[in-house]
Design a protein around this ligand. Structure first.
Ligand SMILES: *[C@@H]1O[C@H](CO)[C@@H](O)[C@H](O)[C@H]1NC(C)=O
Ligand SMILES: *[C@@H]1O[C@H](CO)[C@@H](O)[C@H](O)[C@H]1NC(C)=O
Length: 244
């Protein structure tokens, strides 16, 4: 994400046939170890709407969805509909032994030519805790499982065809506000059934990109950044944990 509001927003939720649907621009909902947020931080650059639904949580697993439609300013991100893991954070990178994650998702509906990514957004900083995209942030690590419509991450591509976690990535790097962004972008197609050890990405950054192992993992978020088009994104299952 380029910028996001750091204020906590009290959940406003409406119950529609048993499911909790978030409709407000900054609605959030916490259930189990996850918080689902609409985060329509860039919506003023567009015209449209987005609604997100939390279906279920169980341990480290969550199932959710977001339906969005956005027009205007095709180069601007409109939102980051996302989930935040509320407890998988606060450890120094050097302490992490494994960080297994799995993510199965699909577009139930997808208009022609959508511009959107489906991505992890992981935050490192010098302090043990810090809100993403604030003065506490040193690094933003994105992992793009999908990037449709010719969109690009922050900065420039610095490495191509990197093999990590059994997949091939192009690595992008650049500054954003007071932090550095590293974006691992799937080198071709999409990964709709992903499983990996996030620590493989972290170790790569420590060994090859100068990230200090004294940095703390401050947040793991995953979700979607829509630019333009319409889509119904269904996360059948997502999980992540961090072991020390
Ligand atoms: C979101 O919900 C509002 C209010 O119910 C509705 O008008 C709008 O069409 C919905 N947007 C999408 C993308 O489903
Ligand atoms: C999202 O779209 C799907 C169909 O693709 C529909 O079943 C679901 O009810 C929609 N959810 C919301 C919140 O509009």
């Amino acid at each position: 994400m380029r910028f996001s509001l750091s204020v906590a927003v009290v959940a406003f939720a409406s119950l529609v046939s048993g499911q909790t649907v978030l409709t407000g621009a900054f609605d959030c909902l916490t259930e189990g170890v996850y918080t689902l947020c609409q985060n329509q931080w860039g919506a003023s650059a567009g015209v449209g709407s987005q609604n997100s639904t939390l279906f279920s949580t169980s341990g480290n697993e969550i199932s959710w969805a977001t339906n969005w439609t956005w027009a205007n300013n095709p180069n601007n991100v409109k939102t980051y509909a996302n989930i935040l893991h509320n407890t998988a954070k606060g450890m120094q990178l050097s302490q992490i032994t494994t960080a297994p994650t799995a993510w199965t998702w699909t577009y139930l509906e997808e208009s022609q030519g959508i511009r959107a990514d489906v991505s992890y957004d992981i935050w490192f900083g010098e302090a043990q805790s810090g809100t993403p995209a604030t003065s506490a942030s040193s690094y933003e690590i994105m992992i793009w499982l999908s990037g449709l419509g010719g969109i690009q991450p922050v900065g420039h591509q610095i490495v191509s065809d990197l093999s990590i976690a059994g997949q091939t990535w192009n690595l992008w790097n650049g500054p954003n506000a007071n932090w550095q962004v590293f974006s691992f972008v799937v080198s071709s197609g999409e990964i709709r059934d992903f499983s990996a050890d996030l620590n493989d990405f972290f170790q790569y950054l420590i060994e090859n990109q100068g990230v200090a192992s004294t940095q703390f993992l401050q947040a793991i978020q995953t979700g979607t950044e829509p630019f333009v088009g319409s889509a119904d994104l269904f996360i059948e299952s997502f999980s992540a944990e961090v072991n020390v």
